[in-house]
Write a protein that binds this ligand. Structure first.
Ligand code: CU
Length: 204
């Protein structure tokens, strides 16, 4: 997937992805006999998320401070709910404390401390660190240049296959150097190769 597409998808889905509704206690709900410390552990709560408390007539929800939480004292509760299905929006960073004010319930463990983190950081700029990787250094070109000065008899010293071998042997003519004629050079190399082959054959 291209980075632009991924970024667009991410941006398009941020609002729905980040808002999570937590069912407090999962299927057990807000109830006695549930270990809410265990329920909280491993979960990440952020501003914008929602806690949903579902509970029966014998329970309710009180928002307290840490002292109230520790001492199971709801006298200083800042909010109370008893509708049986309380959706509590997490709006501030920090730990928020709940307890059930029914007598003995908090002491029995019906208390909940939720650490709320800030909203997930805004997605990083899509193309900030997307510089292409450095191209590997090209290997040094090590094509050996062919020898420029022929050390064999010139092309015309080599007759076609029908010629007499003696003439080839006996009339080595110095090579007229023609350094600037590329086509002549190619032809010369070809002819030199043929000549050397012929010399090899004839001398054996
Ligand atoms: Cu209760």
């Amino acid at each position: 997937m291209g980075s632009i597409t991924a970024a667009a998808l991410l941006l398009a889905t941020v609002p729905t992805v980040l808002a999570v509704t937590f069912q407090v206690g999962d299927t057990a709900g807000w109830n006695s006999g549930v270990d809410y410390t265990t329920w909280v552990s491993g979960k990440t709560f952020r501003v914008g998320d929602t806690l949903e408390f579902q509970y029966g007539l014998f329970h309710s929800v009180a928002v307290v401070d840490k002292a109230g939480f520790d001492g199971c004292d709801d006298s200083g509760a800042t909010q109370r709910f008893s509708d049986g299905n309380t959706k509590f929006d997490l709006t501030t960073v920090g730990t928020i404390h709940f307890l059930c004010p029914s007598p003995g319930h908090c002491l029995g463990g019906m208390k909940l401390a939720v650490p709320v983190l800030a909203t997930a950081a805004t997605p990083p700029p899509p193309s900030s660190s997307r510089t292409p990787p450095p191209s590997p250094p090209s290997p040094p070109s090590s094509t050996p240049s062919p020898p420029l000065s022929p050390r064999s008899p010139p092309p015309y010293a080599s007759p076609p296959a029908t010629g007499t071998p003696e003439s080839t042997y006996l009339t080595p003519t110095p090579s007229p150097s023609t350094p600037n004629a590329a086509s002549k050079g190619v032809m010369s190399y070809g002819m030199i190769g043929v000549t050397m082959v012929l010399i090899y054959i004839w001398s054996h």
